[in-house]
Write a protein that binds this ligand. Structure first.
Ligand code: HEM
Ligand SMILES: [Cu+2]
Length: 550
């Protein structure tokens, strides 16, 4: 263990609850990020189940119209702001310093601040919602959708204090995210191991660098918009009065389209880490993967108006954004080919992490393609605000990001806990989740084409929407069961899981050269890197001492 010995009177700083509350260790902070965001995932998932139950058949009324609106608002915000974005940050907290061969992040205290801001904001938002349900908060939580469009979200239409609580929560999250981004950028820039030149940076780290840069540019715009809305609601300012209501949409989507990439790039980074290891081959076209990541980051800022095609934007402007939206499919397509060619001819190790990556590839590609279809202005006019859109973005965010997150869990949890998850249960989780996911969301494409609008609390029996909705609800419960299986697997693994050892997968990156879990200070001596696969170099050198390490 650590060579530094801590005197007995500060022992409480190493063990017990206080040690967790006071920690500035990136690994513990990472664990707390992962654990707390997973709780928010479960809460938002429960809300999705209630939404789905209500829509199972025509005319059901499990919750009333107003609670339904709160539910999808909190489901969407919870999934995006409290789960997907910060969960990926949790992985980065734990693994970015390890992967670059550093002992911590550049600003450990700032890191702790980001974590506690996130948790506090989550408690504020979910707490506001709960108080509303219990009848303690007149008017309940925000019910203006995760987009919080004005005038719907202004004082006149949403007078309830729950709306302000929600806005404050998202402001806090914005601050947390921005601070985190600064931290990751500085860490990756200044603290890389000796020899880790630009083309030797691991793919997950590259993804986080681009993601952090996007956060730094995009998130303050949303935070400012939210603060302006709070001022409009409470201090009689007029930033978003009816005459310039479209300003809200611009500010919101200037953040929220890049937010899609803030959610998908780190997941892509995870996939780019796992595929070469499980195909036992180098990543195909490493430079193309890096360049396409950067291009996606840049182009991600040029497409936001595609969310506003029906809001009366100048037609020339609309066409520009239609084209940019289609262009961004090019670097994304490049990545798809990189991944496919990485697997081609490899000897595939068909364990759960790889299956989750295959889940990512198979579903994300559908979400990408339906996105290109939606970019066509005349089609978007028809598809806008229908269940087609709900199908599309779940294929991207769930099919992409969430499958990527679970790939990350199966790949990296053994490093964190020292124990392997059970592969059979993992495969069952994967199969149920993949089938359940497609049952839930594939029919929504057709529901959308049949005219079912999103955000409706119920529907009548004469529209032909019954079958699609029934299948979707069944699928959603399959997903729920699959997540339960994952949780059982995880808890079981803590006691009964096989010991992971340092390097259960024959990994490429530096986290696999240290014990599982890693020592407090990560590395006894800081590593030197001589290729883009330093762990493999060391493994080969150890198994054949006469051959130089690379
Ligand atoms: C089993 C899992 C899930 C189910 C069954 C589900 C179901 C739904 C449904 C039915 C809606 C539409 C509500 C409506 O328009 O009335 C919805 C909205 C939404 N979902 Fe999910 N969802 C799931 C997971 C996710 C995940 C993982 C994410 C993001 C990472 C996500 C993000 C959203 C967003 C942003 C909305 C839009 C909310 C709004 O309209 O304001 N969902 N979800
Ligand atoms: Cu967009």
């Amino acid at each position: 263990m650590a060579s530094v010995s801590i005197p007995a009177r500060t022992e409480y700083l190493r063990h017990g609850l206080v040690s967790w509350l006071a920690t500035v260790d990136h690994k513990r902070i990472g664990i707390m990020y992962l654990a707390s965001t997973f709780v928010f995932f479960l809460l938002s998932g429960l809300m999705a189940l209630v939404i789905r139950l209500q829509l199972t058949a025509p005319g059901l009324q499990i919750v009333n119209q107003d609670l339904y609106n709160q539910l999808f608002t909190m489901h969407g915000t919870g999934m995006i702001f409290l789960f997907t974005i910060p969960c990926l940050v949790g992985f980065a907290n734990y693994f970015l310093p390890l992967q670059i061969g550093a002992r911590d992040v550049a600003f450990p205290r700032l890191n702790a601040l980001s974590l506690w801001l996130l948790i506090f904001a989550g408690v504020v938002m979910e707490g506001g919602f709960l108080l509303g349900i219990l009848g303690l908060l007149p008017g309940g939580a925000s019910n203006a959708a995760w987009t919080a469009y004005v005038p719907l979200s202004n004082k006149q239409f949403s007078p309830q204090i729950g709306m302000d609580i929600w806005l404050l929560g998202v402001v806090l999250l914005g601050i947390s995210s921005t601070l985190g981004a600064v931290n990751f950028l500085v860490t990756a820039y200044t603290m890389r191991a000796q020899g880790m030149t630009i083309w030797r940076i691991p793919m997950f780290v590259w993804a986080m660098i681009v993601t952090a840069a996007m956060v730094l540019i995009a998130t303050p715009v949303l935070t400012a918009a939210l603060a302006m809305l709070i001022a409009d609601r409470n201090f009689a300012t007029q930033f978003f009065n009816t005459a310039n209501a479209r300003l809200w949409q611009h500010m919101f989507w200037f953040y929220s389209h890049p937010a899609v990439y803030i959610m998908i790039l780190p997941a892509m980074g995870i996939v780019s880490e796992i595929l070469p290891v499980f195909a036992r081959k180098p990543l195909f076209g490493l430079k193309a993967v890096v360049v396409s990541t950067i291009l996606i980051g840049v182009l991600g800022f040029t497409t936001w108006v595609h969310h506003m095609f029906v809001s009366g934007v100048d037609p020339i402007v609309e066409r520009f954004f239609m084209l940019t939206t289609m262009i961004i499919a090019v670097p994304t397509g490049v990545k798809m080919f990189n991944w496919l060619f990485t697997m081609l001819g490899g000897s595939l190790n068909l364990k759960t992490p790889l299956l989750m990556c295959l889940g990512f590839l198979s579903t994300f590609v559908i979400g990408g393609l339906t996105g290109v279809i939606q970019a066509l202005i005349p089609l978007d006019m028809q598809l806008h605000n229908t269940y087609w859109v709900v199908a599309h973005f779940h294929y991207v965010l769930f099919g992409g990001s969430v499958f990527g997150i679970f790939a990350g869990f199966y790949y990296w949890l053994p490093k964190i806990t020292g124990r392997l998850l059970d592969d059979k249960l993992g495969k069952l989780h994967f199969a149920l989740m993949w089938v359940g996911f497609n049952l839930t969301f594939f029919p929504m494409h057709f529901l959308g084409l049949m005219g079912m609008p999103r955000r409706i609390a119920t529907y009548t029996a004469d529209r032909g929407w019954e079958l699609g909705n029934l299948i979707a609800t069944i699928g959603a419960f399959m997903v729920a069961v699959s997540v339960l299986i994952f949780m059982v697997n995880f808890v079981r693994s803590l006691r009964h899981g096989a010991r992971a050892g340092n390097d259960p997968w024959e990994g490429n990156t530096l986290e696999w050269t240290v014990t599982s879990p890693p020592p407090e200070h990560n590395f006894d001596t800081l590593p030197t890197v001589e290729s883009e696969r330093p762990a493999r170099d060391l493994r080969l050198a150890a198994s054949n001492p006469t051959v130089p390490a690379h």
